[in-house]
Design a protein around this ligand. Structure first.
Ligand code: NAD
Length: 435
């Protein structure tokens, strides 16, 4: 099949690469020329495990192309995927649809034969109707259907998730479009659940799922606070809860709150949608407020740890919003750092993948270390903010030698408390009372 992908970000690029690997002819379009120049030159613009190999292979085999021309991506395509951003509106916090509607307007004039326009972006209920209307107005003779094809990939696992989806949800009001999408995803038919629902249900499934996962994270964080006061151990509690198949063991890692490019904006958008139709979703409203407070609380813990130390130096391990990605958008690490910077904190940070993206956001407000040991040199407190596996395997003895004061705030529960304490660290983690 011929596929056009609009937007070469964290969703569009892995999806385009994956579809090319399945044998489709894929043309990816982005309006940012520098991104396209890099991609055309064989240089990846994001980090995703396993992406590079497939990206290079499919370019070499001629199935994957990049362009800034909407016409080249859309004309003659069987399916056009819209994978542009839907950031929060700065004032109302609803999903800002300007990129979606601009893409719909731009693509309309290039539709020639029958085309399925599939919205991969996370969009509010009713967006499919609006996209349809925009295209119909701009190009009244175009033959097309608009479907909702929400994306469930996890950043850091985008390629794995593309080839091993938990489910494929197709929101379609057209049998012809449904048949084409079934054909596109035929390679996965035997190994995943394909759910065919109405367009509006599909749009809701994506938001309701993300909001549920965010609530799960917030819930376990509140239970962690309870454990700290009551003497229970959150790791044991989460393990015990997770063994119940009705609960499941994922998203039960207590930490410093949820972040990233999806959960914060999707919870706000879902809350807005609830209010807009007169059914406020109180659980989501509480989750949003509680998650914001959590990051402030974590920053306070850091400030508390250094309050007696003049000109304290803070070492930070981890900047990305989670491991496996270089994405720092809405990273809880960034929020904690921002709160610390308000108190003029002296911070040196290290992240295995996200130094470049963090630097774009923070500039020279913090210092950047070449490796995790360089970050802790002469530091008074080490704060762990992202769950990169290499932090768990750190040589703590080496860390102890390098630091000026031996304090660790492990907000991701990466380290072995007993080992840290044995080495003389003042150690604090999440959801455990450490004596
Ligand atoms: P992104 O910001 O990384 O990428 C979007 C890209 O679209 C940008 O490169 C931008 O230049 C391009 N773009 C915008 N308007 C364009 C236009 N008119 N023509 C061509 N290119 C255009 O965003 P993302 O993280 O890939 O997210 C895209 C959507 O997918 C969002 O709605 C998001 O909520 C959803 N989603 C994201 C993830 C994730 O893990 N990032 C997961 C599931 C769903």
């Amino acid at each position: 099949m011929k596929i056009g992908v609009i937007g070469t970000g964290y969703v569009g690029l892995p999806t385009g690469v994956g579809l090319a690997e399945l044998g489709n002819e894929v043309v990816c379009v982005d309006k940012i020329k520098e991104k396209i120049d890099d991609l055309k030159a064989g240089k990846l613009t994001i980090y995703e495990d396993g992406l590079e190999e497939l990206f290079k292979k499919n370019i070499a085999e001629g199935r994957l192309n990049f362009t800034t021309s909407m016409r080249k991506a859309v004309t003659g395509a069987d399916v056009v995927l819209i994978a542009v951003g839907t950031p929060p509106h700065p004032i109302t916090h609803e999903a800002d649809m300007k990129y979606i509607y601009a893409a719909a307007t731009e693509l309309a004039e290039y539709l020639t034969d029958y085309t399925v326009i599939a919205t991969k972006s996370t969009v509010p209920v009713g967006t499919g109707d609006n996209v349809e209307q925009i295209i119909r107005t701009k190009n009244p003779t175009a033959r097309f259907d608009v479907i909702s094809l929400p994306e469930f990939l996890r950043e850091g696992f985008a390629i794995h998730d593309f080839f091993n989806p938990d489910r494929i949800v197709v929101g379609s009001n057209s049998e012809k479009a449904t048949a084409l999408i079934k054909e596109l995803y035929a390679p996965f038919a035997d190994k995943t659940n394909m759910l065919f629902v109405s367009r509006r249900s599909s749009e809701t499934i994506k938001y309701a799922s993300n909001a549920f996962l965010a609530m799960k994270i917030h819930y376990i964080n509140e239970i962690a606070d309870f454990c700290e006061k009551s003497g229970a151990d959150i790791s044991e509690v989460a393990k015990g809860m997770g063994l119940d198949s009705r609960i499941g063991n994922r998203f039960l890692n207590a930490g410093l709150g949820f972040g990233g490019s999806c959960f914060p904006k999707d919870t706000m958008a879902m809350a807005y949608m609830g209010r807009a139709v007169g059914t406020p979703i109180e659980l989501i409203e509480t989750t949003i407020a509680g998650n914001k407070k959590r990051k402030e609380k974590m920053a306070e813990r850091v400030l508390d740890a250094i309050k007696q130390i003049p000109h304290a130096k803070i070492a930070v391990w981890g900047l990305a919003f989670k491991d496996g990605t270089d994405d720092c958008r809405q990273s809880p690490a960034m929020d904690v750092i921002a709160a610390l910077l308000q108190h003029k904190a002296d911070i040196t940070a290290y992240d295995p993948k996200a130094m470049g993206t963090a630097c774009q956001l923070l500039g020279d407000k913090i210092a950047y270390a070449d490796d995790m040991y360089a970050a802790v040199k002469d530091a008074d407190v080490l704060v762990i903010l992202t769950e990169w596996k290499q932090f768990a395997a750190a040589d703590l003895n080496g860390v102890a030698q390098l630091m000026r004061n031996k304090k660790i705030l492990d907000f991701r529960n990466m380290l072995n408390p007993a080992e840290a304490i044995k080495l003389g660290f003042e150690y604090r983690c999440i959801g455990k009372k450490i004596d």
